[in-house]
Design a protein around this ligand. Sequence first.
Ligand SMILES: [Zn+2]
Length: 370
Amino acid sequence: MKPLLKQMIRAESTVKKGELATAEVIKAEFDRFSIPCQIDRWDNNRANVSAKISSTNQKTALLLAAHLDVVPPGDALWKHNPFAGIEENGKIYGRGSADMKGSTAAVITAITELVAEKAVFKGDLIFVGAAGEETDSCGAKRFIEQNKDNFGDIAAVIIPEPTNFDIITAHRGIVWLRVTTLGKTAHGSMPQEGINAIYSMNAFLTELRSTDFGIEHPLFGKCSVSVNTINSGNAINVIPDKCQAQIDIRIVPGQTIKSVIAEVEKIFARLKQQDSTFDAKVEVIRHCDGLDTDPKSDFVRKFCEVVENPRTKTVGYTTDGPCFASLGAPVIIYGAGVTELCHKPDEYIDIADLEKGKQVYKKIFREFLC
Ligand SMILES: [Zn+2]
């Protein structure tokens, strides 16, 4: 398991390098155990990798959905090269060691050990390592689109993100918007001849701050809205004809992107009614729904028993979970590694956690599939 993780870290899967090299490392590992595995490659270096242990079909399948990509190492100086996969004092360091190559290596090793032990599978075990989770979930969407008609029934989707072995059943989603107000340029000494896009943006933002986006979720309350960048103007003596703001909205489960856009457009309409020169447009930069698995469902209750942890939790970050929820099965996020180390310099995973992850995943597979 340790050599597998180190190879996965060395197969740098940033946006720049793509996921193909990591997919190849995983395929080679499944190949060693004659487990059917394939790589789906596109755009030169992008890739998903998937494997399937076929069964006697007496039990319902499980889908294990990992992601292959990692975020860039950032500007901070690391103790070790972030893509060297260095082992030191019971830890393996590297970008992706926690998020989520460590937990993924534990899942893969749990699978290959069960196969080597000649475990009899009564339910199919499907594994996917998907591209692009850190950006747009392109790999998960592509995998689901290509396979949704062949899956058959799935008992649950388990996402082995590093949750420190907490059982996560819900998280908020993301809507990132770019709002542009449009005006008319004029000489700075004659503002009455122009339409100042900054003033239009000011009017929009004032309205936005008092807008109630409606939905209130029992666990998360209301969505959060924050205007985090604003850009406008070229010169001190020119009336700006364009102003852009980027808005980070964390939607709650059940809240749709359509309803958010509709609220923004209502603000535009109100402002236009007050001032016919008001002009604005809204674009979506990124969108990801929230996740809301019923913690009282049969599968989640049994899962809690199997991993001997009675509590489920909610978190603030997002995952590929909502994409997989579209399959209609409960989605659980559960895995080895410390969440707080994700996306940070000197990211690592404790080898003890890797080992515990492998054991607990073997137990999950035995209980649900054997
Ligand atoms: Zn992750």
